[in-house]
Design a protein around this ligand. Structure first.
Ligand code: MV4
Length: 493
């Protein structure tokens, strides 16, 4: 096995990877920018190296610096985490050229899946359902019109170099089509330097359901079931759960088989995710593949018992998968929510800053993947995610009740956060019933707002605890002006 690996990332995922490496007896090398000098992964890694200024462009995105640190420290492999260089084909290639193992797929697989038209064509060839659409080279006005009529309105215009909702346009009527294509091309050109677009039939109120796959370098591929990720806000996932409330055993088998086919068609290796749209009639369509470990991977770990990071490392080292498809278990129910430093009562404005005090929930069925501590300052340079709160329960209802209990235990003082907002989601009838799709957040945004009239019934356990905490601190003279200005203790719930 590797003796030492470098983690080319920051925050909770850097700490997540260090933990698995340590259990495997592998030494860890962290890298950090100015903003992350005091962060937990930097403190707990066996070694840590400074790689530049706070801006990602001057640190976590500079491939050459990461290679240089890997060589200097003697790390044999690089784990890219998610974001940053994790889906950068050239970085995978560069690592290989420099004799360092990239813990992820080959450049070819990343490139094929990164170009959405190539991905669609590859999926169609290997028998994976794609959304009915048009992606051929002839993009003349006449041809586009003919093809859109064949597909039927409404249609989506999507950028081939896009993904994750970037460069997308919905067209309801024929008269708006050519202008929308022109606009989409312009946007794609300036955002990605590539103006290629394609058409897809618009799927009404779909579910976002994704399958976790694992593939070794010997051609073995398995899937580890699905994650329901339909609770999203502006293409940012907020809550994920497994199993999906929508899933049936039969559909799971069909979609799982297709996810395996999708991975095989690009000679995939490592951990990956196949995203599908699923409509109310349970028709499903391949959307895109994420060629990395995902933020929401822990819910799959909680119900399967598989440590996905350990598997990634073993696969990168060249080991064969030791789990056969028939041995993949799915036990109980798991839910994750993302704890953000943001203000849901003010258009989800990011709220980075100093955490004066944090107390994370614990007890049966709780997992917190975080990286912060009391006194730590959440930098403004990156995504303001503080932690992921993950629960496991014997069934869905058990998991939902546990999530509410965990959110009530959670205390973060000093900055605005979305814990009360998340609590309101887990109290929402439609969520409780499991009757939601990708429109949930928008459709029920009024229900999810902070109640206008503050009354005693709003003073639930969390609110009271925060008041008590405040007064205890006041008594000990430890409440700073900074706390008074930044905290949301008055407005809580
Ligand atoms: C769609 C769609 C409906 N029909 N494509 C948004 C993100 C990107 N991955 C694809 N997205 C969508 N593509 C067709 N043909 C609806 C969405 C969509 C969506 C998808 C997944 C999760 C949340 C979403 C929210 C709005 C729109």
């Amino acid at each position: 096995m590797f003796k030492k690996i470098l983690i080319a990332n920051r925050g909770e995922i850097a700490l997540r990877i260090i933990r698995s490496a340590r259990e495997m007896g592998i030494q860890t090398v962290a890298v950090f920018s100015d903003a992350d000098r005091e962060s937990m992964p930097v403190k707990v890694a066996d070694e840590a190296y400074y790689i530049g200024k706070s801006s990602a462009n001057e640190s976590y995105l500079v491939a050459e610096k990461l290679i240089e640190v890997a060589k200097k420290s003697g790390a044999e492999a690089i784990h890219p985490g998610y974001g940053f260089l994790s889906e950068n084909a050239s970085f995978s290639e560069l690592c290989k050229k420099e004799g360092i193992v990239f813990i992820g797929p080959d450049a070819n697989a990343i490139r094929t899946m990164g170009d959405k038209i190539t991905a669609r064509k590859t999926m169609m060839k290997s028998g994976v359902n794609v959304v009915p659409g048009y992606q051929d080279a002839d993009s003349s006005d006449e041809k586009i019109l003919i093809e859109a009529r064949k597909i039927g309105f409404p249609v989506m215009v999507k950028a081939s170099a896009g993904g994750g909702g970037k460069g997308m346009r919905l067209v309801h009527e024929e008269k708006d089509l050519l202008n929308a294509v022109k606009m989409a091309k312009g946007e794609a050109k300036s955002a990605f330097g590539n103006d290629t677009v394609y058409l897809e039939k618009y799927i009404n109120s779909p579910h976002h359901i994704e399958f976790q796959i694992l593939a070794d370098k010997h051609g073995n591929v398995i899937h580890i079931n699905e994650r329901e990720c339909s609770v999203q806000r502006r293409h940012q996932k907020v809550i994920e759960e497994t199993p999906s409330p929508l899933m049936t055993a039969e559909l799971r088998q069909i979609m799982g088989n297709q996810a395996v086919l999708a991975a095989k068609s690009v000679n995939y290796s490592g951990a990956g995710t196949i995203e599908f749209l699923v409509d109310d009639n349970l028709n499903f369509y391949f959307l895109e593949m994420n060629t990395r470990l995902q933020v929401e991977h822990p819910i799959t770990e909680m119900t399967s018992g598989i440590d996905l990071v350990k598997e990634q490392i073993r696969i990168a080292y060249g080991e064969k998968l030791t789990i056969a498809q028939k041995d993949v278990k799915q036990t109980g129910h798991s839910i994750e929510c993302r704890i953000y430093a943001e203000d849901p009562d003010n258009n989800f404005m990011p709220s980075p800053g100093k955490i004066l005090n944090i107390k994370e929930p614990s007890g049966i069925g709780i997992r917190v993947d975080g990286y912060v501590y009391s006194g730590f300052t959440i930098p403004m340079n990156y995504d303001p995610m503080i932690a992921k709160l993950i629960v496991a329960g014997k069934d869905r209802n058990d998991a939902v009740e546990r999530m509410r209990r965990a959110l009530l235990e959670y205390r973060i003082l000093g900055l605005k956060h979305n814990i009360p907002y998340l609590y309101r989601i887990f109290k929402h009838q439609k969520f409780i019933e499991g009757k939601y799709d990708t429109r949930f957040i928008e459709m029920y945004s009024e229900d999810l707002k902070i109640p206008k009239t503050q009354n005693s019934e709003k003073l639930d356990a969390t609110a009271i605890a925060i008041y008590l905490d405040y007064f205890n601190r006041a008594k000990n003279n430890t409440v700073t002006n900074e706390f008074k200005q930044n905290s949301n203790w008055k407005k809580f719930n």
